[in-house]
Design a protein around this ligand. Structure first.
Ligand code: CUA
Length: 362
């Protein structure tokens, strides 16, 4: 099958999903090529066999040719339709798999802007244009954009996903071998779109641990791309700062006690009953959506009082808030959250809300 891959000029397969996606690609290409050759061949044979012969007399009519039975025509059309639907079904199934990560992923927050990629790791370190991931371990990317729509594309992983301002999309992959793989932006996003490139560096487990220990200081790759330093607080700690800055804790408690809004304790990945019926899992996507458009999927039993934070929260702050809520899971995560349980958290008097220029013009 490697022959087919080379024949089609596909890059190497460096993620677990790449093989499956290529299989669909091969079958679509091979079947359509077989169809084209069959039709061309049959047409050529028929052109010779049934070519027009000059009538002997001007009024001579040629006898009508045989017509295929109706069932054959219906069968052919139905067969082609079924084939198309089968391809679509397999493709859709692959898409759903890409967007439904396993539970034990390593999460990285991705924020795109004109014209760079920023990656924030739960440990607090962050890198620009170079994404470090462990090999053989599922990695989930939570992606958003600060300005316009970009598209995160890693050809070797067969991974391409739009990155949209104001929304978080999650997608996951498992890198199968260590190495460096190109990241391209696959959505035209302005002057330097073609230069909005980056690199995924898949490290062995021990190298990745070393990268985290060094907190981004001088891992393999371009040292220019590393901007973290050892004194950087973890993401969930930065989430606490953001929660204080935006007054989140005036309505949301962190100790499980009911307040104006739902408590953050145990909220992450919990099933939330919705005001208009049904329920939803409070994952990163839902939490983010609720910061941007709180009334859209309102938690049952709570009033529609929360304002939208779209245009106020920086993407980095959103991911930090999500990490903070994640750290308040039941039972408490291994690293205890350093939040006072009695809500004596510093609370600002006035809402600090002032739209920042970058965010308000998506
Ligand atoms: Cu970002 Cu194109």
């Amino acid at each position: 099958m490697d022959f087919l891959r080379k024949l089609l000029f596909l890059p190497e397969q460096a993620s677990t999903i790449a093989k499956e996606i290529d299989w669909l690609h091969y079958s679509v290409i091979l079947i359509t090529f077989a169809g084209v050759f069959l039709i061309t061949g049959v047409s050529a044979v028929f052109c010779i066999l049934y070519r027009s012969r000059r009538p002997r007399r001007p009024d001579e009519r040629r006898p009508p040719g045989p017509t295929p039975p109706l069932w054959a025509e219906i069968g052919l059309i139905a067969g082609l339709f079924a084939l198309f639907v089968a391809w679509w079904g397999v493709g859709f199934w692959q898409y759903v798999r890409l967007t439904e990560p396993p539970s034990d992923t390593y999460d990285v927050y991705v924020s795109a802007k004109q014209w760079m990629w920023k990656f924030a790791y739960p440990s607090g370190s962050h890198t620009i244009n170079t994404l470090y991931v462990p090999e053989q371990r599922p990695v989930k990317l939570l992606m958003t954009s600060r300005d316009v729509i970009h598209s995160f594309f890693v050809p070797e992983f067969r991974l391409k996903f739009d990155v949209v301002p104001g929304r978080y999309h999650s997608v996951w992959f498992t890198a199968t071998k260590p190495g460096a793989y190109k990241i391209l932006c696959a959505e035209y996003c302005g002057t330097d779109h073609s230069r909005m490139r980056g690199e995924v560096v898949a490290l062995t487990a021990s190298d990745f641990d070393r990268f985290l220990e060094q907190d981004g200081g001088g891992g393999p790759g371009d040292p220019e791309s590393m901007s973290a330093n050892a004194s950087e607080p973890s993401l969930s700690l930065r989430g606490q700062t953001a929660a204080a800055k935006y007054g989140c804790l005036r309505c949301h408690s962190v100790d499980g006690s009911p307040h104006i809004g739902p408590t953050f304790l145990g909220l992450f990945n919990a099933r939330v009953p919705l005001e208009h019926g049904g329920e939803i899992v409070a994952d990163a996507a839902y939490l983010t959506e609720s910061m941007m458009d709180p009334q859209l999927k309102l938690h049952r039993g709570y009033g529609p009082v929360m304002p939208s934070y779209l245009g106020y929260l920086q993407p980095g702050e959103v991911s930090a808030l999500v990490e903070m809520i994640k750290s308040l899971r039941h039972p408490p995560a291994s690293a205890p959250l350093q939040l006072p349980a009695n809500r004596t958290f510093p609370i600002p008097d006035a809402p600090p809300l002032r739209p920042n220029a970058q965010e308000s013009s998506p």
